[in-house]
Design a protein around this ligand. Structure first.
Ligand SMILES: [Fe+2]
Length: 729
């Protein structure tokens, strides 16, 4: 992939400025601002459509490569107190996850380095040379007490390494060597935790946990080190303590707090996992702020990143009067192209249309840079796994991850950022396992359809709703979701609930929505956080890791926080499968007088979405699908309008309902494996219509937009955007 980039911000008001960060291996490229209408290149559909926008930035630019430098660490600025030449002791607990990956910095400053060496041993390097090694290699995922010292007078260098548990055949090691002549020490260098600085570049990134490092200005005696191992208080070391970083303090910040009187505070770079359990976690307390002494660890990864920090190539002051919508900088050079998406949003309180379309950008970030797994095509007849290999290579080579992936050390990815290139969130991107669009490209189906049908709409993104709250929604007659609005912050849910309580109307035109508890980092709203547990999930947060570091709230699925999606929309996640969709069969609720307007023009025996689709080839109900369930909170007056049927065994019941994995959880047998379409009225004339299927929008354009998925959507949207009250009898 020779040409790519990202914007900041992701959503911008007319009158504001959006910056474009581009990396180009080609010497020149052309940029053009376009408004996106339809992206899917599938010849069965309307094809790629965008509108060229006259803009001052539409011109040729000089290309230059901008690199992605991931890997988290703590950096403490250089300080005269960091003087190793007079002797020192470094001490902390570590839990390495890839001890064999090559040299990794634990605590380093210039050429004085405590590292995991290439053999997985703890080594103290002085003046760039190995002075002493532990003699014992580290095991993966095991906690160790580590200390290292150097005594200026005797020249003795020591490394102490004690496993946390009784491990045969080794119980630990203390290795000593005399270093003569005295090694040279550099002053004026910053101190790094979990990495090292080499010619100005941060390198030797460490994978795993490091807990509360301490630094002393002399070589402690063996018995003093042993007392630290036993958990002695630091007050006995007041005369020699240089720094004692407590990583439990400020878990939601980028600060590493030194609790010593020297206040050698550090900056935590590239968003490692904070609020992590330490070696002493008893398992009794899951909430990190109630037992901070047991959450003193940071889990560092060599592929963490919160911001690529690229320079801007150009910026566009969005002219006043620019209509709201999905936009992109379309950049081209020879055969190479990329669309760098962004959104033009309305100002708070200034709706330009009755319809608000919420682009589910948290879902885009969660799936963004997904590594396409090497799955078989047995259950994926539509898969095009050979597609987008260039993008895949770029993502993996640069250590970019989605929130579905694992870090290189095998732990789950809990944070995502919009300040990196995301090549799979593009209008023309075909998701290889699905063989069709997903996320942004799929959400453009509705834009194209609304344009075709003459609906007027504004667009804003999850981050806008999170920050602006109910005032953003207040002026709209109807809020329409994207195809997969899966990741919701508490304030976003609050805003929609307040909107509905006040007569707002919601069309949930997707599947598996309102599912994961998602937080925005307060200092960096471009970063979101999740902790996967309790749902259908590609990784699991480790025990003790269920609370979000950025907000302190309990993560997992909203269902476990008394906010099951059924309460809000009538339906919630029930099954997923990726072979093909099915049609919906009308249920008695669709013949209720209250629902008459929804099925206007649809025959009583007609199945809905019983035809070709641009997503998973055929049918309107599929991918991730939702069910009506009063036990989970579907309100009693909700009408069950239609249900899909005959799903294959590629569709399996969600883990949270399966309980025990056993045969019979597939679509051919399990009664809960189907998508439900529902409708309910809400207070003050509001209403909610839900389809419970990611694939719904892929059917809208079939047969020149003349089909019953299009008709039902149009019937509801016309009624919801009108002043006309909803029928209540
Ligand atoms: Fe999903």
């Amino acid at each position: 992939m020779k040409l790519t980039g990202y914007t900041d911000p992701m959503s911008v008001r007319a009158g504001d400025t959006v910056r474009f960060m581009v990396s180009s291996e080609l010497p020149k490229y052309k940029a053009e601002i376009v408004r996106l209408i339809h992206g899917d290149p599938n010849p069965k559909g309307p094809g790629t459509k965008f509108e060229r926008i006259k803009a001052s930035v539409n011109k040729e630019y000089k290309g230059r490569v901008q690199e992605i430098r991931g890997g988290s660490y703590v950096q403490v600025p250089a300080n005269p107190l960091l003087d190793f030449a007079q002797g020192f002791t470094i001490q902390m607990w570590i839990r390495p996850t890839t001890p064999k990956k090559g040299e990794q910095g634990i605590v380093t400053s210039g050429s004085t380095r405590l590292v995991v060496d290439k053999d997985g041993q703890v080594a103290l390097k002085l003046g760039g040379k190995v002075a002493v090694r532990s003699g014992l290699a580290l095991g993966e995922h095991e906690w160790y007490f580590v200390a290292a010292s150097w005594d200026a007078k005797s020249g003795a260098a020591k490394v102490y390494l004690y496993p946390d548990r009784w491990l045969e055949p080794h119980t630990g090691s203390t290795v000593e060597k005399k270093i003569i002549p005295k090694p040279s020490f550099e002053n004026g260098k910053p101190l790094l935790v979990a990495a090292a600085l080499e010619k100005g570049e941060v390198t030797a990134h460490y994978n795993g946990k490091i807990e509360n490092p301490r630094l002393f200005n002399r070589a402690l005696s063996d018995s003093e080190v042993e007392s630290l191992h036993s958990g002695a208080s630091l007050t006995a070391f007041a005369d020699s303590l240089v720094a004692a970083w407590d990583f439990a303090i400020g878990s939601s910040t980028q600060r590493a707090t030194d609790t010593s009187s020297n206040m050698l505070h550090g900056t935590v770079m590239n968003m490692p996992l904070r609020a992590s359990t330490g070696h002493n976690w008893t398992g009794d307390e899951y909430k990190f702020d109630r037992a901070p002494e047991q959450y003193g660890a940071i889990h560092f990864h060599d592929d963490d990143i919160d911001d690529a920090r690229w320079d801007a190539d150009f910026e566009w002051a969005v002219p006043k009067g620019t209509r709201s919508g999905f936009y992109a900088a379309y950049i081209t050079s020879g055969k190479e192209h990329d669309f760098i998406p962004f959104f033009v949003r309305p100002k708070v309180g200034e709706a330009s249309a009755p319809i608000a379309y919420l682009a589910p950008t948290n879902t885009y970030l969660a799936y963004g840079n997904e590594h396409i797994p090497g799955i078989t095509t047995e259950w994926l007849p539509n898969a095009k796994l050979d597609l987008h290999q260039e993008e895949r290579k770029y993502v993996i080579a640069n250590g970019l991850n989605s929130m579905y992936d694992h870090h290189r050390d095998g732990s789950g990815v809990a944070y995502a950022t919009r300040k990196v290139p995301i090549p799979n969130i593009r209008p023309d991107y075909v998701s290889p396992p699905r063989g069709g669009p997903h996320c942004l490209a799929a959400d453009l189906y509705l834009i194209d359809w609304m344009e075709k049908k003459g609906f007027e709409y504004d667009v804003f993104i999850d981050e806008d709703l999170h920050l602006d709250g109910p005032e953003l929604l207040a002026p709209y007659k109807v809020l329409v979701t994207g195809s997969h609005p899966e990741y919701w912050s508490g304030p976003m849910l609050d805003a929609v609930e307040a909107y509905l309580a006040n007569g707002g109307r919601l069309m949930y035109l997707g599947g598996n929505g309102f599912y994961w508890v998602t937080s925005f980092d307060k200092e960096r709203p471009h970063v979101i956080e999740i902790r996967r547990w309790g749902g259908t999930e590609s990784w699991k947060a480790e025990p003790g890791g269920y609370y979000h570091s950025t907000t302190g709230e309990l993560g997992g699925v909203w269902r476990n926080r008394n906010r099951a999606p059924q309460k809000l929309t009538g339906v919630g996640f029930t099954a997923q499968g990726f072979d093909q969709n099915q049609a919906y069969k009308r249920q008695p609720g669709s013949f209720d007088k209250r629902a008459k307007f929804i099925f206007e023009g649809v025959d009583k025996d007609e199945n809905v979405g019983d035809f070709d689709s641009l997503v998973l080839n055929w049918g309107a109900a599929g991918d991730e699908i939702d069910r009506y369930d009063s036990a989970l909170g579907t309100p009693p007056h909700t009408l069950l309008l239609a249900s899909s049927f005959d799903h294959t065994d590629a569709y399996l019941l969600v883990i949270e309902d399966a309980g025990i994995n056993m045969p019979g959880l597939g679509g051919s047998t399990h009664p809960m494996v189907h998508a439900d379409m529902t409708y309910m009225e809400t207070p003050k004339g509001g209403g909610v219509f839900s389809v419970g299927s990611i694939s719904w929008m892929g059917s809208l354009s079939y047969n020149g937009y003349d089909n019953n998925v299009s008709r039902v959507t149009e019937n509801v949207l016309r009624r919801f955007q009108s002043q006309e009250p909803l029928p209540n009898k």
